[in-house]
Design a protein around this ligand. Structure first.
Ligand code: NZQ
Ligand code: ZN
Length: 393
């Protein structure tokens, strides 16, 4: 296990109905808020009006930016920041899924540090402007998926270049407080619920697969998060109002990226950067759907590189017999995730997810431009092999 520091300053207010506390918590951050939210869901479900009313009761004004689209674009974030500046907002509230929460983080940066959001994104070909300051951030997730509510990352798409890239800044963009109320997720449709579940799983699986292995506690935390997701998936999808399922999945989402599960691993993220290259090009594909379409092929690619990790997953997640023949044992893991993904109604390959075969070279190029080829993949030939396998060839 590698040495590590954990410093996570975000106050998490967690529980069914805790949305009622958002006004009191917001009043500790400022007098006038910029609420950054998506185009329709928070209006339809009534949660936007509810939050505005709770803020008002606590003496906090609200200005609303409701132009965030899934896989949020840098220009939406710039627009939100300009509105916040014009209205003299002193803090930012992200209300919605990961897209709205990430856009809120970006707006908080641009509001205080100036410029445009894309200036702060680092690429191998471009330096990033330093984030000097950011407005205080409060997040209210309405969808369990990204864990943005407890981490200092945010992901954006540049429409012009079709590059999707992240900002990461533990000094400036940890939310001060996040109100994680699983009751806000009961309106999430089945497909988005499933996409969120596979995303949560991937947040702990990335470094479990590639990082340090002598991390018994982190292994068990990771496996616990994966099993919690698998065991509650059917209920959350088929009985969307189920309190137990929604609560457990919301907690899994927040905990997955809060620090401890991936501590001491120093592992490499592989499926996420590939997926970001996919959705940077295909704005109509959701992040979780992209993850689901790449994961089974990636697991099979790891059979000869990380056999012990794969076998452990086969046994501990899917109950495989440890005395089975090695190839058979590893296939239990790949097939297990493949079946789980389709049982939730998602595509388990790129073709069924809507990617055209002719776009595979461009996906490879965008990955190389934004983050480079992951070390465990090694070279462009092997990257092409994984993409073709994920496509279904
Ligand atoms: O856009 P609106 O109208 O709000 O509707 C959304 C959207 O259509 C809808 N929705 C959200 N809450 C709902 C709801 N519908 C009904 N009831 C509710 N309670 O769901 C759709 C998807 O929302 P979105 O925010 O795009 O989904 P998600 O939470 O999966 O976020 C995805 C984005 O986060 C990034 C992804 O790359 C993607 O851009 N990620 C952010 C991370 C982070 N900050 O740490 C880590 C992740 O790995 C990920 O990369
Ligand atoms: Zn993710």
């Amino acid at each position: 296990m590698k040495d590590f520091n954990i410093y996570n300053p975000t106050k998490i207010v967690f529980g069914w109905g805790v949305i009622e506390r958002c006004g009191i918590e917001a009043a500790k951050l400022g007098k006038k808020s910029l609420i950054v939210t998506g185009k329709s869901s928070t209006k339809k479900t009534g949660v936007l009006d509810k939050v505005i009313a709770l803020l008002k009761n606590a003496g906090v004004e609200a200005v609303v930016y409701s132009g965030v689209t899934p896989n949020p674009k840098t220009d939406e974030t710039d627009e939100a920041a300009n509105l916040g500046r014009k209205e003299n907002c002193d803090f930012v509230i992200g209300l919605g899924g990961g897209s709205a929460m990430d856009a809120a983080k970006g707006a908080a940066v641009v509001l205080k540090s100036g410029g445009n959001l894309w200036d702060y994104v680092w690429l191998p070909s471009k330096k990033a402007k330093q984030i000097n300051d950011a407005a205080p951030i409060m997040l209210i997730p309405t969808l369990a998926a990204t864990g943005s509510e407890g981490n200092p990352s945010a992901v954006f798409t540049n429409k012009q270049t079709k590059q999707k890239a992240a900002i990461y800044n533990p000094d400036k963009i940890y939310p001060r407080v996040s109100i994680v109320d699983p009751s806000l997720t009961v309106t999430v449709p089945a497909k988005q619920t499933a996409e969120g579940i596979i995303d949560i799983i991937m947040h702990v699986l990335e470094e479990y697969l590639t990082g340090e292995t002598e991390c018994d506690l982190q292994d068990r935390i990771t496996e616990g998060i994966i099993l919690t997701c698998i065991e509650n998936a059917e209920k959350a999808i088929n009985e969307p109002g189920d309190k137990k399922a929604r609560t457990n999945i919301s907690l899994a989402s927040t905990v997955a990226l809060q620090g401890l599960p991936n501590s001491g691993r120093a592992g490499e993220w592989v499926v996420h950067p590939i997926e970001h290259a996919v959705t940077g090009i295909y704005d109509n594909i959701a992040h979780g759907s992209g993850i689901a379409a790449i994961l089974p092929a990636y697991l099979r690619f790891l059979f000869d590189k990380k056999p012990d990790r794969i076998k452990q997953l086969s046994m501990r997640i899917f109950g495989a017999d440890e005395y089975a023949e090695e190839g058979e044992l590893m296939e239990v893991c790949a097939k297990g995730f493949e079946d789980f993904i389709s049982s939730m109604g998602l595509a388990n390959n790129l073709k069924d997810a809507g990617v055209e075969k002719s776009m595979l070279p461009m996906i490879a190029d965008k990955l190389i431009e934004v983050s480079g080829i992951p070390g465990i993949i090694g070279n462009k030939e092997k990257l092409t092999f994984i993409l073709k396998s994920a496509y279904g060839e």
